[in-house]
Design a protein around this ligand. Sequence first.
Ligand code: CP
Length: 327
Amino acid sequence: MKTDLLNTIGMSREQIEQLLESSLRFKRGDDVSKPLAGKSVALVFFNPSLRTRASMQVGIYELGGNPVVLEPGGTSWTLEHRTGALMDSDKTEHVAEFVRVLERYCVAIGVRTFAALKDWQEERTDPVLNAFAQYASVPIINLESAMHHPCQSLADMLTIREKLGAGRKRVVLTWAWHPKPLPMAVPNSFALATAQMGHDLVIAHPPAYDLDEDLIKTLGASVEVTNDIDAAFTGADVIYAKSWGSKQFYGNADQDIATREQYRSKWIVDEQKMSRTNDAIFMHCLPVRRNVIVTDGVIDSAASVVIDEAENRLHVQKAILARLLGG
Ligand code: CP
């Protein structure tokens, strides 16, 4: 039976630890195996990317394989994903045929498909990613969907392990002001993986910016949610900044933008807030808007690990590919 990587829900701490160990073997050069020799992996990008695209292409190459990059609506046909859709409008091909053709050439398919930020009840179910998983008989790897970004969160866990060791840490996921609403995939996956690794997780956000209730329930008892950014930073070992949109105003960007304006000066990671931490490292998945999410003074400081974090995407994804396709 094929195994997908759609999110980390259901993964045990031991399974994540094994992936991190494998990632470190690739990073140190102790593992130079080529489990993808003679094989191709499709990478389907509905949305832009620097890190995910480049690190997947390089990782597949370093494992001996060949990446096939496709951009629906750009370098490949526009795609419909809905079951039973009447395709008499702008969509040229259905995911059913797209996937079944691709798997005649490729041993796995990676998919990036962001939230459209239109319909919360629909998008929280990850409909496009799940359509790929439904029709495919080869593994599907989530390269960031509406709700999850597991490759990012696993690289984040590797970065925390490398920088701070294996112990339990006070990890703060903080919302930050951004001029427009953004999807929740990164905060969801980071919160989930942090809890799975046994850290003490604090999620700080303004009122109305709660994450998905079902996701919060899966995090267990060690999570604290607060609207007080100053209290959250106190004693933190890790500051992870990310902006996201409000479920309350989902599909209404203007209302969200008007609501968040009041948080602009307060909800930024700056030197004053970092001084309240336990010499915390600063993390962000990138891309990041300087002096909006984080000041130059913080992102350019010794506390910032964002470039190492981005490098770790490569090593973690090689471990994921080797685990899914190495057998
Ligand atoms: N962090 C991340 O996924 O970066 P890209 O959007 O550039 O791939």
